[in-house]
Design a protein around this ligand. Sequence first.
Ligand SMILES: *Cc1c(COP(=O)(O)O)cnc(C)c1O
Length: 362
Amino acid sequence: MISFLNLSKINNRFREATEARFNKILDVGMYLQGEQNDMFCAHFAQYCGTKYAVGVANGLEALKLIIQASGYGSGDEIIVPANTYIATILAISENGCTPVLVEPDMNTYNIDPDKIEAAITPRTKAIMVVHLYGQAVQMRKVWDIAQKYNLKVFEDCAQAHGAFYQGRRVGNLSDAGAFSFYPGKNLGCMGDGGAVVTNDEDLYKKVKALANYGSDRKYHHIYKGTNSRLDELQAAVLDVKLPHLDADNARRREIATYYRKNILNPLIVLPQTYDEQAAVWHVFAVRTQDRDRFQQYLTDNGVQTIIHYPTPPHKQLAYKEWNDRSYPISEEIHRTIISIPISPVMTDEEVSEVVRIVNEYR
Ligand SMILES: *Cc1c(COP(=O)(O)O)cnc(C)c1O
């Protein structure tokens, strides 16, 4: 079986360094907001090229805190792609804001910048882009629209740690970026974790306080905050893995390049990239008309796959008020998409085996 993502293999590469950090934490006895969190946040901000990073509990919290810290709530609209993991949309509605869904571009699977302007109303406050499947959104048009209408721009970077747009990393392309360190992400911990990165000092201070009961110093509460912290064990895992992220992403690129060159099956539509440095290939999502049959074929031939995602957010029961809306491009993507294995620990043999099996599909 060629596994979709072998997390044990990924994390065991760093076993010794991780154990040493865990021993340090056992010695120090500080489990939250200690030196591991401080170190990781400093390193992660430096990596992204931003002035600040705040460790938080998970990716959804990172998204929610950015919106809350920006002061948006009931009556405010935030533009978001129709095809994203539901967390991006939940973060908007959980703040009492209205998510305004915009169709993706069929070539990049990211929000179609040419469709944003028609979705703007006097209540629009921000555009939340998502660098889906690991490919950075082409931000130029988004920036221009945001400037024209005086909107904030935020990034959901949960699938794109380390991806570049015009020489700058994601997270550093807007007012604030949200990251998830869920175990399966390109930079993943051993539980839940997340971060907010920004160059805005006020936003940074506010997110940091909000994530810690609205407290800027102990027992002094200036906001109605929440408890959303990155614990020391997770920060340690992340700080050990961060120096290897670029090499891991390079291996993902190598595999993606090989797939794109060697998968030559007319039934399979391959993903495109507008720039090699823009994509960190969180998943390698292909499309095919008879997706379920293709998935069964791959399972029968020992290749594990995952569908990102089978049902669009507007067709979920959670958003039943949207169920009879139609976003045909997003729906077509959800109907035909399927992700084949890609990970930094795949062997060359596994990669060529996947290619052979995919090419033999009829
Ligand atoms: C994983 C993911 C999230 C949520 O991250 P969690 O850490 O699981 O809360 C948000 N947005 C996107 C696009 C994701 O892929």
